[in-house]
Design a protein around this ligand. Structure first.
Ligand SMILES: [Zn+2]
Length: 301
């Protein structure tokens, strides 16, 4: 299954959330286990974030208009910020609960059938998470990647519970259960931090990744061989869109026609190499000192 837009994947995440919710509440009602109740009680959060992701991806997919001339692709950061914050909180909550159990070990409940249903929910979450992660990377959607991370969080929590139950059963060491939960909590906490960091970088207009900047540099190098110069290269990522601008310096006696033709050619090459990129260039005469006065990045022109 491969959709063209990130938004098409959002319903998948909503369906997965509904299924997981039904399974987890089912598991709780069958067993009345406290552990499974907290798992079930947390599951509506998935539904809320999946709906939020759908809204963010709908905004991000809108074409530019007069009110938002650069599009609304940054809406994706609303969803990734929410997911990151919730993942972080989940990490802290799990660590807190696990440390309580570390100092006051509790005998595990018998949750046989409930555990089985929880495993089914875990498989659904894991499968959908993998689909979303792959699509998120392919379509450069931080919302889909964040949603996938959230689902993986649930998977790791469930696997941790399962592993804890099995280890305690075979070794008899009650502390193994909270110890594993603490490891899972640490991993989840860092996932949340990483996601929030990436969200912040996107909101602050971080430059394109080095590999993509190199692609631009390689294209420009082709023209530099012929005496054309470039400066004031500025790049930024805005969700799945990218923005690039720079100055092109050519001999002052060129005609407007040939100067513009060169601009068009270079812009097109960059757009072809980096799809989804908006390129703006500014043409300047090589010999004019004014052309060089605006080369530094701290001078916004
Ligand atoms: Zn300049």
């Amino acid at each position: 299954m491969q959709f063209k837009s990130a938004r098409s994947y959002a319903p998948l995440s909503i369906v997965a959330a509904l299924l997981a919710m039904a399974l987890k509440f089912g598991a709780y009602f069958l067993t009345k286990s406290v552990g499974l109740f907290s798992d079930a009680a947390e599951s509506p959060v998935n539904l809320i974030t999946a709906l939020f992701a759908l809204w963010a991806l709908t905004l991000a997919a809108k074409p530019p208009d007069t009110s938002y001339a650069f599009g609304q692709s940054k809406a994706e950061y609303f969803a990734s910020g929410l997911e990151g914050a919730l993942i972080l909180v989940a990490g802290i909550a799990i660590a807190f609960e696990a440390s309580q159990r570390l100092f006051h070990p509790q005998p595990l409940e018998q949750i046989g059938l409930g555990l089985g249903l929880s495993v089914v929910a875990t498989v659904i979450n894991g499968g959908v998470g993998l689909i979303l992660q792959r699509a998120g990377r392919r379509l450069r959607s931080i919302t889909l990647r964040a949603d996938a991370q959230h689902l993986f969080t649930d998977v790791f929590v469930s696997l941790g519970v399962l592993l804890g139950v099995l280890l305690v059963k075979f070794t008899g060491f009650l502390v193994l259960d909270p110890a594993i939960a603490l490891i899972v909590a640490t991993y989840i906490f860092w996932t949340g931090v990483r996601l929030l960091h990436e969200t912040g970088a996107g909101l602050l207009d971080m430059a394109l990744p080095e590999a993509e900047q190199q692609i631009i540099a390689d294209i420009l190098a082709d023209y530099e061989k012929n005496g054309i110069l470039f400066h004031a290269l500025r790049t930024r990522v805005a969700g799945s869109r990218q923005f690039v601008s720079f100055h092109i310096l050519v001999p002052g006696d060129w005609t407007v026609q040939s100067g513009h033709q060169l601009c068009e050619e270079i812009e097109l090459r960059i757009i072809k190499a980096l799809p989804g990129t908006n390129v703006v260039t500014h043409l300047e005469p090589l010999s004019d000192p004014i052309s060089w006065a605006d080369r530094d990045l701290d001078r916004i022109t």
